[in-house]
Design a binder for this molecule. Structure first.
Ligand SMILES: [Zn+2]
Length: 486
């Protein structure tokens, strides 16, 4: 037997949360063909891992990479972290199915300008991903706000029965064409007016497909527990699994409440499939939200359409220079993006370490001065949180970004190193791996990621993408509820 690739002397962390073990791994025709002592085997390409870790490629379960996978298919911010699959369409915003009549409403503008929204049907988006051949695999959710933008003349009210029927039809067609489920961004003004009943009626489409409900909660501030209850109610009634997006305690008045949030999540999990994702930073980022403007913590401006020169500056300094209030300055900067230093580190660690949490970057690829999570989230969990702080073992860190994520989103034959699985792999040095991107210089590749394979093809090595792009569109497979057992 001659293999395509043979990776010798690896320390395999297989993604299942079991500890590392030494092995050779052979790849053939895009898949993992053999794992074990393969001394006599031959291959077209042989790599000596020299005891470094070989893990399943990381799955970024929370991204806004919808349009960037098509426009910049090299996907360097993700590939350089060891990410081999991205899930797009989070927080109620998706590139499809969308037919815009003007500029994209906030926060759909996080995905690009009006020109980026050219997929009136989910099938069009799927075809465009296939044609672009991105370097990473892509699976997609359908955004509630995106559906609203198609059918409501005014986003600041709840939908009528006719509008809900029209949205349901588009959601159903998208699920038939392989979407993973429905996402909402109820905290944003463009969806906040949607009553629970509106979301419930849309979510009613999910169970026939075994599809998932993911949600950027209606509030991450003081009413966060009530917002979680709303999410669980929607999931239970719709018979759909619930993933809470970027679970956090936002706002100084909310710090220290993560045990309550996690207790609520655990309790819900006893009766219903639920989980959450989170990113490993105590600062959030999104569009500049006037409701979140405060002097209780630092806010930096990442982009501003009227004032692009102020990217990277503190809102407080801008307001002082303009001799005005924070709120007035924020108004004058709109539309804009911001980083909010609004979380407590202890809460972040507690949520990150919880067995129900997966890692998702929530990176914003369109941002000219992005939150460093875009380039650093996964190595930061491996290096800073697992190795340096000892928050959890390395194999648990890997599980939270591979096996657990693949199970929750029904990504079959991915997320674990097993014979027969797709060869999405990352080779990294556990002693060197670290995030380099920070809030001052946010666009820097991680260190210690020494090789990345996507569907069996090495696409990143020696700190460089090599131009090979072998990602695929991953349509929903089977019933996602099955991935929540155990
Ligand atoms: Zn969000």
């Amino acid at each position: 037997m001659r293999y395509d690739t043979l990776i010798r002397n690896a320390l395999v962390i297989d993604g299942s949360d079991r500890p590392a073990y030494p092995a050779d791994v052979a790849l053939l025709e895009g898949r993992i063909a053999r794992i074990g002592d393969l001394q006599g085997a031959v291959a077209g390409e042989e790599i000596d891992a020299a005891g470094r870790v070989l893990a399943p490629g990381f799955i970024d379960v929370h991204t806004h990479d919808d349009t960037v996978v098509i426009r910049q298919p090299q996907m360097l911010p993700k590939l350089s972290q060891g990410v081999t699959t991205v899930i797009v369409g989070n927080c109620g915003i998706s590139a499809s199915p969308v037919s815009l009549r003007g500029a994209p409403p906030d926060p759909m503008n996080l995905l690009g300008s009006q020109a980026a929204f050219v997929y009136p049907r989910f099938r069009d988006y799927r075809d465009a991903v296939d044609a672009a051949q991105p370097a990473v695999n892509v699976a997609a959710l359908i955004g509630h706000t995106a559906l609203r933008s198609n059918h409501l003349d005014d986003l600041y009210r709840t939908a009528t029965a006719e509008e809900i029927a029209a949205m349901r039809e588009q959601l159903r067609a998208s699920l038939e064409d392989g979407a993973l489920g429905l996402s909402t961004g109820l905290a944003y003004a463009s969806a906040f007016s949607a009553e629970t009943a509106e979301v419930l009626q849309l979510a009613a489409e999910l169970s026939a497909f075994g599809a998932v409900y993911t949600t950027h909660l209606r509030s991450e501030f003081e009413p966060v527990l009530e917002a979680m209850d709303e999410a669980f109610l929607i999931g239970r009634q719709a018979k759909a699994p619930v993933i809470i997006s970027h679970l956090k305690c936002a706002g100084a008045g909310n710090w220290g409440r993560s045990p309550q949030l996690l207790a609520s999540l655990e309790q819900a999990a006893q009766e219903h499939p639920v989980g959450c994702d989170c990113y490993p930073y105590a600062a959030s980022s999104s569009t500049l939200d006037l409701k979140q403007v405060t002097d209780a913590f630092r806010i930096t401006i990442t982009w501003s359409t009227p004032h692009p020169e102020l990217s990277g500056r503190d809102l407080m300094d801008i307001a002082a220079e303009w001799r005005t209030t924070l709120l007035d300055a924020a108004r004058r900067l709109q539309p804009a993006g911001a980083v909010y230093y609004g979380m407590d580190e202890a809460d972040v660690r507690r949520i990150l370490a919880h067995p129900l949490s997966m890692i998702g970057s929530d990176g914003l690829p369109e941002d000219p001065f992005p939150h460093p999570r875009l380039w650093g989230a996964f190595p930061r969990v491996l290096g800073h949180f697992s190795r340096d702080l000892g928050l959890f073992p390395l194999h648990t860190a890997v599980h939270k970004m591979t096996g657990l994520s693949a199970a929750r989103f029904g990504l079959k034959q991915r997320g674990e190193i097993r014979e027969g699985h797709w060869a999405d792999l990352v080779l990294f040095d556990p002693a060197r791996v670290r995030d380099v991107a920070d809030f001052k210089r946010p666009q820097q590749a991680a260190e210690g990621i020494d090789g990345v394979w996507v569907n069996g093809v090495r696409s990143y090595a020696e700190g460089q993408a090599n131009g090979r792009r072998h990602g695929r569109f991953l349509a929903r497979q089977g019933d996602l509820r099955e991935g929540f057992n155990g």
